[in-house]
Write a protein that binds this ligand. Sequence first.
Ligand SMILES: Cc1ncc(COP(=O)(O)O)c(C=O)c1O
Length: 395
Amino acid sequence: MSGSWESSIRQEGRVLAERHLFRSLTPTADAALTHVIRGGRRLLNFSSNNYLGLSAHPELQAALERAGAHGVGGVASRLIIGHSHELDELEREIARFKGTEAALLFSNGYMANLGLLTALLKPADAVFSDQYNHASIVDGIRLSGAKSYRYRHLNLDHLETLLKRAEAKGIKRKLIVTDSVFSMDGDVAPLRELVWLKKKYDAALVLDEAHAAGVFGPHGEGMAHHLGVADEIDLHMGTFSKAFGVYGAYVAGRKTWIQYLVNRCRPLIYTTALPPVIVAAIRASLRLVQSGHTLRQALHERSAWFRQQLMEAGLSINGSTTQIVPWVVGGSERALKLSQALAEQGVLAVAIRPPTVPEGASRLRFSLMATHTQADLIRAVEAVRKACRGKEAGG
Ligand SMILES: Cc1ncc(COP(=O)(O)O)c(C=O)c1O
């Protein structure tokens, strides 16, 4: 064992712990359901991205069992023999769903973002990324070596200033990338205005619909469809691990771009295809999502009610207008204590701390599910109010 490694790793752990930023893994059972078992307790679940409650749907389970009959593994990469007829058909279904010429299935959203950005961006290009974009976008940009411009969250003036700056430098190829629904804030990117800017500066626009796909749009297509700008997006990315309740991700767009990714995208090329059981479950989920109007309606109604309750309690929810409702509390220690106080009342909302969110903006992130009942929500709001009172009394 190397002593120098051991002592520096220990030291870094100590520093994290002192700042209340040390993280550890907590086994959790029934995470797809509205009640989980965690730390020996049964808790009402507000920390799952299974927004429509589809993860435990019997049709997904049945699809999975049927597909497993021909082998469980993906067995080879896509360009060798991992591209099955079912996977090919799924990609056509995704393209139809998104209204694009073509689509590609990825192992997960992290790899999709990393892959598409590193494949498209060259060091001579400029990329413009919202400050709160997901880590997979940040990492893809870093790895690409392109000139990176990070604009202030949702700030179109700042974005335009940076676009002008890049233009003044003579940079030809520009790409704007943004989450549509922000994962830790639940607010929404101004897509119509971004489309306007993209056109004005002849940039490409890439959209991460991880938290909007399944939830927004007439058939769950995502926020771009909800806002009527889908045709203006160059690449749509989304994941099947959240509202779809499965795993895997997609990138959809024009055929030339998708074919380019097949040739250039290393996280697509150099990994084993998703297992057929997952492909089958995604196909079943895609059907359920498209006919899931009632679930979407229930989710939106519950989310609106819950946001209103937190605001009436005088809490900061950072501009959320979706099913992701952050209660921003400030320091990490405070977030951990409040999360613990909620758990003691049977409610699970995991504390989110830096570096996932900015310093001083730690929060409890509530994610709602269509399967939460009104009684579940009332219970959560009461727990929040009580935790606030406890804080006032006990500090
Ligand atoms: C905005 C956003 N993009 C991408 C991802 C990655 O997706 P996946 O979990 O499928 O890797 C996530 C969540 O993890 C996310 O929140």
